[in-house]
Design a protein around this ligand. Structure first.
Ligand code: BTN
Length: 243
């Protein structure tokens, strides 16, 4: 039987985000690809379903029809040097604002609820712009096997929010957070994230896995991790996992 895509009130979203180009698709490979053409700063590309959702580190992003917010937002390049952290702050803020849930940030920008990931973000440089891709798990009743650690959804955490309201809150939060200066972003991230300081983590550094306690962000937004015998590492990529 053919599935009817759940209704998405595009007119209301366009109304509330006046002046922004918002494109809605029932099914795409990835909104990251769709956002390239036309590549217009400010443009917002949303899909009901992605058949090849792109995650960080070459992973796929689980994008079942109607269950999540799958969105790419085109930003003017150079909006801020710590864009990944600013986007994480925005996603967390939109989730907290629309659901009342408590959410954490795992460096650089995974949004966690009760220690499980409910939103992921990637940013790609494309032709002088940045395409920010944000996936938020909204109404998944569960997830298939095969995840390294089981994710969560807002529904599994007891919250109900429409994709439309979450999208509008997210775009407004992205506009606010990407307009902040670097120092302000670093300060806000450090207070919002339990991972910024004092968390025991594993991470990749200098070609090996290290373990130690996080000890803040440097001025470029990279995470510092101190091994037990004192050597401090700057984590440049790859994220961290609790140890
Ligand atoms: C991560 O691995 O944590 C990042 C996931 C980013 C997923 C979003 S969903 C909307 C956009 N389109 C994609 O194909 N990926 C991003």
């Amino acid at each position: 039987m053919q599935r009817t895509a759940p209704h998405f009130d595009l007119a209301s979203v366009r109304d509330r985000l006046a002046g922004r180009r918002v494109d809605w698709f029932e099914c795409v490979g990835s909104t990251m690809i769709e956002a390239r053409n036309p590549l217009l700063p400010g443009r917002i590309v949303v899909a009901d379903e992605q058949t090849a959702g792109i995650g960080r580190h070459g992973r796929n992003w689980y994008s079942a029809p109607g269950e999540g917010l799958y969105v790419s937002i085109v930003l003017a390049a150079g909006a801020t040097p710590v864009i990944m952290l600013a986007l994480g702050l925005a996603a967390r803020e939109a989730i907290v604002q629309t659901t009342g849930l408590t959410a954490d940030l795992r460096w650089p920008n995974d949004v966690l609820i009760n220690s499980r990931k409910c939103a992921g973000i990637l940013a790609q440089l494309e032709g002088g712009a940045i395409i920010a891709g944000i996936g938020i798990n909204i109404s998944q009743p569960g997830f298939p096997d095969g995840f390294e650690t089981q994710p969560t959804s807002l529904r599994l955490e007891g919250a109900s929010v429409s994709r439309e309201n979450l999208l509008v809150a997210l775009v407004e939060a992205v506009d606010r957070s990407t307009a902040l200066g670097t120092a302000e972003i670093l300060e806000r991230f450090s207070s919002a994230s339990s991972y910024a300081s004092g968390r025991r983590v594993r991470a990749e550094s200098e070609g090996r896995t290290i373990e130690g306690f996080t000890c803040g962000l440097n001025t470029s937004g990279f995470l510092l991790v101190r091994e037990d015998y004192g050597k401090e590492h700057t984590i440049l990529a790859g994220g961290v996992r609790p140890a």
